[in-house]
Design a binder for this molecule. Structure first.
Ligand SMILES: *[C@@H]1O[C@H](CO)[C@@H](O)[C@H](O)[C@H]1NC(C)=O
Ligand SMILES: *[C@@H]1O[C@H](CO)[C@@H](O)[C@H](O)[C@H]1NC(C)=O
Ligand SMILES: *[C@@H]1O[C@H](CO)[C@@H](O)[C@H](O)[C@H]1NC(C)=O
Ligand SMILES: [Ca+2]
Ligand SMILES: [Zn+2]
Length: 600
């Protein structure tokens, strides 16, 4: 059984490598290579972001104004900090969070924004700048004419042909694109999808030469990486929960998008999510009146029989809504680019509930999540798994659904809702790590923080599918920052990051204890509550396409913003223990703690 499963895993690993392998570990922070079809190789490029954190904060040019205005404060700060004129900086999006306000900006030239030269500024509630990230560029040659010489129609057909898909009618834009040779080209930006393969790209086509310059890949694939429940026993997931919706996060419950509870859908459809098979009309209807969804999965029967299908649609709907409510309470709201159809006038762009396609016919032994920009639905696809007889259903594996949903959270909150800011190999790798992290956070039940072995329901493999369990013991999990020198695939990079965060988690819970009510109440001071605040807070302050160093610094600054830096040494201790200490750089370890932090 073990060797059989290992064999399959390495086959899947190979697939993942060909689709996502980086050119070289040195390029992790700025690139990702894509092989599309038989012979198209595209290297997506993202200028390296700078990232500065300012502790208690620094002034900006408009600090003396009595009234704080996020947009003008951010534009004036970026302009002065980078010596750019106000006309080369545009405000793209922003939101006011519980402990900091966030602005996301783009470099401009002749009134046209750059796609990949962006900046983000965060202000604390004292009107001070606390973080600044920037990938602004100084292109070496003169800019191309801002009048395209090829039409958008031609750009669409070039992109359709190259990417083997179809234009999805999302309105195209014109944006500059900074290239690795330090030039900037004008591009038509068009979205291309392929329903059969699940591909969903944003293509950047040079509006003068017609060259396909780069792509954004909105899809994160689970491939061989599946995150099963620790317990493995499905029946534990089938408690009957009464009214699990959190009415702070989902004011009309989970089944309504209207203005009152009485306009609810009596199906697996609502404001945050819709789960269906095949067509969006094929939802699960309540099993009895008053929104009861009681479908007892029968593991001896095929997943496709009616009761099992209904159990799958119900479970996926439940997990995605639970994740919506949980992350909402910790800061992933309408204004910070979450997934809801009706935003109740609270900011952000609506009409983007998560669509959950269960038992999707496009594949097997996989799952994926596509995160386009705020205002377009997140797309989750769950496949059947063929390792067992009867087959098993990924929608019944809570950790798979949680892992996939977390891709939506991290891709939306990093970089201001564009879906463009976890695209490099290193940033995409941390994306996988955050998704694992949310899975282990959800599974904790006490202060004990045992090693976390990702078991396996869908593959029926108890060994787990990661190379190591997550652990505070370096003999159990030896992964360090320097492993990025040899790890070139996003999921394997994610393991390094998730294990660092596992150690952060263990430190915080060791110091502050554990709250069993953390899902409902984010206001208490236990370690798991503190951890999830820092997790969510750090996403919005880190730069577009962050490196490990940027992300570590964002956690430290998030702790300053919310807790006055009370946990600095606990964070440093965990990061440094895995090589991400004070002097770490360029994938070279440092185990150094800053002065004032005792070594443990
Ligand atoms: C919606 O229904 C829930 C019970 O499911 C109730 O607690 C809540 O007050 C209702 N909200 C409104 C706006 O009617
Ligand atoms: C799962 O694995 C166990 C142990 O190898 C085996 O006994 C069981 O039959 C398997 N279940 C399925 C559904 O394949
Ligand atoms: C970073 O490390 C790689 C080897 O891992 C080396 O080739 C490269 O020159 C280093 N870059 C810097 C700036 O030190
Ligand atoms: Ca939204
Ligand atoms: Zn993933």
């Amino acid at each position: 059984m073990t060797s059989f499963s290992k064999l399959l895993k390495s086959a899947l690993l190979a697939v993942a490598f060909s689709a996502f392998g980086a050119a070289s570990p040195v390029d992790h922070p700025t690139r990702r290579s894509f092989t599309i079809g038989a012979n198209l190789q595209i290297e997506a490029f993202h200028p390296l972001s700078t990232f500065e954190t300012f502790g208690a904060g620094i002034d900006h040019p408009l600090s003396k104004r009595s009234k704080f205005d996020l947009k003008s404060a951010a534009i004036s700060f970026v302009g002065s900090h980078l010596s750019k004129s106000a006309s080369s900086v545009a405000f793209k999006s922003g939101f006011s969070g519980e402990v900091s306000d966030h602005a996301f900006l783009a470099q401009m030239h002749d009134g046209i924004p750059f796609a990949n030269a962006v900046a983000n500024v965060a202000f604390n509630k004292d009107n001070k700048v606390v973080t600044f990230g920037s990938s602004f560029v100084n292109p070496s040659k003169s800019f191309a004419s801002t009048t395209p010489s090829i039409s958008v129609e031609s750009a669409i057909s070039i992109a359709e042909k190259a990417l083997d898909g179809t234009f999805n009618n999302h309105p195209p834009t014109i944006e500059f694109f900074a290239k690795p040779d330090n030039t900037a080209v004008l591009t038509h930006v068009v979205q291309i999808q392929n329903d059969a393969t699940g591909a969903w790209f944003e293509a950047f086509v040079d509006a003068h030469s017609g060259e396909l310059v780069s792509v954004t890949d909105f899809v994160t694939r689970a491939s061989y990486l599946v995150l099963p429940m620790q317990e493995e026993i499905l029946t534990q997931g089938f408690q009957t929960l009464v009214d699990p919706a959190d009415l702070t996060a989902s004011p009309l419950g989970w089944h309504s998008t209207g203005t009152t509870n009485t306009t609810h859908f009596e199906t697996s459809r609502g404001n945050n999510a819709i789960s269906f098979k095949g067509a969006q009309t094929a939802t699960t209807s309540e099993s009895s009146d008053a929104l009861n969804f009681i479908f007892k999965q029968d593991p001896t029967l095929a997943p496709t029989v009616q009761v099992n299908l209904d159990a799958a649609r119900t479970n996926a709907f439940y997990v995605v809504n639970t994740m919506h409510d949980l992350t909402y309470k910790y800061g992933f709201t309408e204004a910070s680019f979450n997934f809801q159809n009706n935003n109740f006038g609270k900011g952000g762009v609506g009409n983007d509930q998560v669509t959950i396609s269960v038992q999707d016919s496009a594949g097997t032994n996989n799952a994926d999540f596509a995160t386009p920009a705020d205002g377009q639905s997140g797309r989750m696809r769950m496949f059947l798994w063929t390792f067992t007889s009867p087959q098993r259903d990924g929608a019944l594996e809570n950790d798979i659904v949680t892992h996939e949903m977390t891709h939506g959270v991290t891709n939306r909150m990093t970089g201001g809702g564009t879906g463009r800011c976890l695209q490099t190999t290193e940033a995409g790798g941390m994306g996988e790590g955050w998704s694992d992290t949310m899975a282990f956070w959800n599974e904790q039940t006490s202060t004990a923080t045992p090693d976390f072995i990702l078991g396996q329901y869908v593959e029926n493999n108890t060994v787990g599918i990661r190379t190591h369990p997550y652990s505070t013991n370096p003999a159990v999990n030896p992964l360090q920052y320097s492993d990025l020198q040899t790890r070139t695939e996003v999921h394997s990079i994610g393991e390094v990051w998730a294990n660092m965060l596992f150690n952060v988690y263990a430190n915080l819970v060791g110091i502050h204890g554990f709250s069993s009510n953390a899902r409902r109440d984010p206001t208490t001071s236990e370690g798991n509550v503190v951890f999830l605040h820092l997790f969510i807070d750090s996403l919005a302050i880190q730069p577009c396409n962050p490196t490990f160093l940027n992300a570590r610094d964002a956690w430290l600054q998030a702790d300053v913003n919310r807790f006055g830096g009370a946990n600095a040494c606990a964070l440093w201790d965990a990061f440094a223990s895995r090589g991400l200490g004070v002097g770490a750089a360029n994938h070279t370890n440092s185990f150094l703690l800053p002065p004032g932090c005792p070594s443990s």
